[in-house]
Design a protein around this ligand. Structure first.
Ligand code: PLP
Length: 454
């Protein structure tokens, strides 16, 4: 009995409505939340870009495996062996999902942030790093100990490539270099020209890491086709919120680096040295950077999500997402006060992530009212991409605003494979009502957040 098939129940069939596939079953669809105006309403989860709900399939896979859970790699018992096989199978599933090269390695981490920090610690001596200022902080900040060049926000995909080419042309090609690019912006949802940026990097002898946190939940990613050196993403944005992330790609820099964490699992042999200290021989491969007991459930959940999305079909998921984007754009277009934030232009291809501001509204106020009066969960703020959002809003980074004042941040709405039409339609109706009629409740600022008056 193979472990991967033993713990993988058949996926629930998705009923199609016309040409648009049905949403995939996710947990939480039957959760109701209280309204400040009285009563309860079904929760509309429209903050997938922060964390997506677990796929029902992922939950079922975990439940099927949980009784068989055991420590991995070092246990002699049957369940330890089963769990080890499951954990290593999860690695292969992720490698297949990303269409990795044969000699790539998959390292399980906690998240995208963890993956990028791991790579930052493994940069070879003298490495230069190039990163756009538009990145999420997880991709912007880990390189600060290196010789990093922050590239100005480009206003089109072609400008992004030209900006990178110009910066790379000035670099010392005797030194190693890394370019960090994002697949899809967590603020605008816009797709970045990953293949072209990776080609520009390659032409200059630099390597590329792809921050795919917002890309893998929406599109198939092929490491081979994109020709990137590493990919980082998080399980909790991929319908597997169980604490696992991935850094997949080239083994050489990571194999030459000190382990990310020192401890059991990363060490092959440890002995007292002649000088009274401790001598250690580190492991090669993924184990070198996975010290401590790994998150088997998290890895299993992440692999389960990879299988579920592959079986659902990236094209079918894209059809559904385009349909939802169409509903959202059409609904917001009816509210002239809404300004959608965009770097590459309103019609630029994007995933199901969209940020906007509303004339005369503070974004925190709007988001608070959407939650309190309509049971709709979106996000407001700067989305851990402060330089980008300030550039898009034309705001002063030091500015502060209360509930009643103009917008110094934005509202983000995001969705994915589990989102029904109804949630998006409720959202656009709620925005329209709030903007035309105003909030029904009063709100105040508490600890920097807008909250309903009690
Ligand atoms: N990169 C992007 C584009 C993101 O949107 C996020 C999270 O929102 C991250 C990186 C960091 O992901 P995590 O918080 O899972 O480490």
């Amino acid at each position: 009995m193979s472990v991967s098939t033993a713990f993988a129940p058949a996926p629930a069939p998705a009923a199609a409505t016309g040409a648009v596939p049905a949403p995939l079953p996710v947990l939480g669809r039957d959760v109701t939340v209280p309204l400040v105006t009285g009563g309860e309403v079904g929760y509309a989860a429209l903050d997938y870009a922060a964390s997506a709900p677990a796929l029902q399939r992922v939950w079922d896979d975990i439940a099927a495996y949980a009784p068989y859970y055991g420590s991995v790699h070092r246990g002699a018992g049957h369940l330890s062996q089963l769990s080890t096989e499951l954990f290593e199978n999860a690695r292969r599933t992720v490698a297949d999902f990303l269409d990795c090269r044969d000699d790539d390695q998959v390292i399980f981490t906690r998240s995208t942030t963890d993956s990028l920090n791991l790579l930052a610690r493994a940069l070879p001596a003298g490495c230069e790093v190039f990163v756009f200022e538009t990145e999420h902080h997880a991709a912007l900040l880990p390189w600060r100990a290196a010789d990093v060049t922050f590239l100005d926000a480009p206003r089109s995909p072609a400008a992004a490539v030209r900006t990178l080419q110009r910066a790379l042309a000035a670099r010392d090609t005797a030194r190693p270099a890394l370019v960090c690019v994002t697949g899809a912006s967590n603020v605008t949802g816009e797709l970045w020209p990953v293949r072209e940026l990776a080609a520009a990097a390659r032409a200059s002898g630099a390597r590329t890491v792809l921050d795919a946190a917002q890309l893998v939940p929406h599109q198939a990613v092929s490491v081979r086709e994109l020709d990137v050196d590493w990919v980082a993403f998080s399980g909790h944005k991929l319908y597997a919120p169980f604490g696992s992330g991935v850094l997949a790609g080239r083994a050489d820099w990571l194999g030459a680096a000190e382990p990310y964490l020192a401890g059991g699992g990363a060490s092959r042999t440890v002995a007292r040295g002649a000088d009274g200290g401790v001598e250690v021989e580190w492991q090669d491969g993924a184990a070198r950077h996975e010290a401590g007991s790994p998150n088997v459930i998290g890895a299993h959940a992440l692999a389960s999500a990879c299988r579920a999305l592959t079986e659902a079909g990236p094209e079918a998921l894209a059809v559904r997402e385009r349909h939802l984007l169409g509903l959202l754009r059409a609904g917001l277009a009816e509210v002239p006060e809404v300004r959608v934030l965009t770097l590459f232009g309103e019609d630029a291809p994007r995933v199901g992530v969209l940020s906007f501001v509303v004339d005369g509204w503070n974004s925190s106020h709007l988001a608070a009212a959407l939650s309190a009066e309509y049971g709709i969960g979106v996000r407001d703020g700067l989305f851990c991409a402060h330089p980008l959002v300030h550039a898009l809003l034309g705001t002063d980074p030091a500015g502060r605003a209360g509930c009643g004042t103009g917008s110094l941040n934005a509202v983000r709405v995001s969705f994915g494979a589990g989102t029904p039409d109804e949630d998006v339609l409720r959202f656009v109706t709620a925005v329209r009502e709030l903007v035309t009629r105003g909030a029904k409740w009063t709100y105040r600022t508490e600890n920097g957040r807008c909250v309903p008056e009690s």
